[in-house]
Design a binder for this molecule. Structure first.
Ligand SMILES: Cc1cc2nc3c(=O)[nH]c(=O)nc-3n(C[C@H](O)[C@H](O)[C@H](O)COP(=O)(O)OP(=O)(O)OC[C@H]3O[C@@H](n4cnc5c(N)ncnc54)[C@H](O)[C@@H]3O)c2cc1C
Length: 430
């Protein structure tokens, strides 16, 4: 049997390892390397790196629809995609200390009141609850340890020789027979470097960029009652917009750092002590026809930064100047520089800024929040060039023993990332 090395103990890597050992693959032949911490030492504020990766550590909304969370069904078809995602949900349930407390929403009908302005995408969502995720991570980790899997924590892989099946960290090198490349968003620059170096053929991508909107939950309650993690959308010729990753009740805005730039995301906590009666969600545009979408979105994000001697952040705007940034779940202010107007935003986004402001205006017609709202600028989903893979096992065309999974391939969510991992593991145990 072959030695499998997994780079990244995030959602994709961990689900891959789990599927392998569940199917009898010897854990002793699996090594998982991660630049972050194990679940015992990982701090809540280490949002992007460590056991269970990004959203698997700090959010945990498991969406169940093939049009949400990136590419899956294009590789394996609709039916298989649904089955793979369900296995990821089952894994989170299996290691949950209180599985009965998992809350599931499953809206069935689009409400009349949004129809003049928006469509509503409907699909089931399991809400694991961020404060259970750490316990899940610990139980899941222990399971894999018991199965003999080796973990290398706080170890960053900085180079890979795909021709010689060898990976390098700052002080060591390791041979693999099979490599699962699962570095997620925090490894996007590394993935990009490898892609450039090896000139991987890629699939064309669109741009996904926007803002994180925040307002008191009361305004959105009538929609939350229908769909807890609602996804509103609007479609135009070149641009489609959707609300993304909605958080309610105990809703916090999270700061993300990619390529040294600050952008925003959100997460929800469970537990009375965290309740703040706020709602936040991304408003993301998918823009078609931009020549080099990756470079374009990086340039826009760079223009939307605030930098002084001792402060580097993204931006915050509210039409009500009294409204300030919210607190994080750790009780500090969300790091963002307050804008007096949207001039900078409009300058950076060009013609596309209007799509976002119109979306907010249309929401105001439906939900009547007046000027009682704010937005964190920017939120971005970098769709780095997606390497061309063999669809049956997500392996690189040039290197069939190297499998790309999760956000490093084409995912943008927990269930799809985990499903990539399961899919690859299934192909390996066959
Ligand atoms: C704050 C936040 C909230 C989110 N909430 C949700 C949500 O509720 N629902 C949802 O569906 N999606 C959510 N997402 C997105 C979701 O987390 C990702 O799509 C998913 O985690 C991707 O899984 P992955 O395994 O590909 O990468 P990740 O989970 O990001 O894991 C990648 C791992 O690789 C490691 N790594 C990176 N580079 C290297 C390297 N060079 N060497 C060694 N290790 C490396 C990192 O330390 C990390 O642990 C959220 C994301 C964020 C940031």
């Amino acid at each position: 049997m072959k030695r499998i090395v997994i780079i990244g103990a995030g959602v994709a890597g961990i689900n891959a390892a789990t599927k392998l050992v569940d199917n009898g693959y010897p854990g002793e032949l699996i090594t998982i390397i991660d630049k972050g911490n194990d679940p015992i030492n990982r701090l809540p504020e280490e949002v992007m790196t460590g056991m269970l990766g990004a959203g698997g550590w700090s959010d945990g909304k498991l969406t169940y629809h093939t049009a949400i969370g990136g590419q899956l069904s294009k590789y394996c078809g609709e039916d298989k995609a649904m089955k793979l995602m369900k296995q990821v949900v089952d894994n989170f349930t299996r290691f949950h200390p209180k599985p009965d407390e998992i809350f599931m929403s499953d809206p069935q009908e689009e409400p009349e009141f949004i129809k003049p302005y928006f469509g509503l995408r409907m699909f089931p969502v399991w809400h694991i609850g961020s404060n259970f995720l750490h316990e899940i991570a610990k139980a899941w980790y222990q399971y894999l340890l018991d199965k003999g899997v080796t973990f290398e924590w706080n170890t960053e892989v900085d180079d890979i020789d795909f021709s010689d099946n060898r990976i390098y960290t700052h002080n060591t090198e390791l041979k693999y027979d099979i490599l699962i490349f699962a570095v997620g968003k925090s490894g996007i620059d590394f993935a990009q470097r490898l892609s450039d170096e090896y000139t991987f053929p890629t699939e064309p991508k669109s741009v996904q960029i926007g803002i994180r909107f925040e307002a008191p939950q009361k305004y959105f309650q009538k929609l939350i009652d229908v769909s807890y993690d609602f996804k509103l959308y609007q479609k135009f010729d070149k641009v489609s917009l959707r609300s993304f990753c909605t958080n309610n009740n105990a809703a916090y805005v999270a700061v993300e750092e990619t390529y040294g730039d600050i952008s925003y995301n959100g997460h929800a906590k469970k537990g009375k002590e965290f309740e703040n009666q706020m709602t936040n969600f991304g408003i993301l545009m998918e823009i078609k026809g931009i020549e080099d979408p990756f470079k374009w979105s990086r340039d826009v994000v760079q223009k939307l930064q605030f930098t002084s001697d001792d402060f580097h952040s993204g931006l915050y705007y509210s039409p009500n100047y009294e409204r300030q940034v919210s607190k994080t779940s750790e009780g500090t202010d969300v790091k963002a520089a307050q804008l007096e107007n949207l001039d900078l935003f409009k300058e950076a986004m060009g013609e596309y800024a209007t799509y976002i402001t119109n979306f907010i205006d249309d929401m105001n017609k439906v939900f009547n929040f007046g000027d009682d709202w704010g937005m964190y600028i920017p939120e971005v989903k970098y769709l780095s060039p997606e390497p061309l893979v063999n669809y049956h096992d997500l392996s690189l065309n040039q290197f069939p023993n190297v499998h790309f999974v999760g956000d490093a391939l084409s995912a943008r969510g927990i269930t799809v990332s985990g499903a990539h991992g399961v899919y690859v593991a299934e192909s390996l145990v066959k």
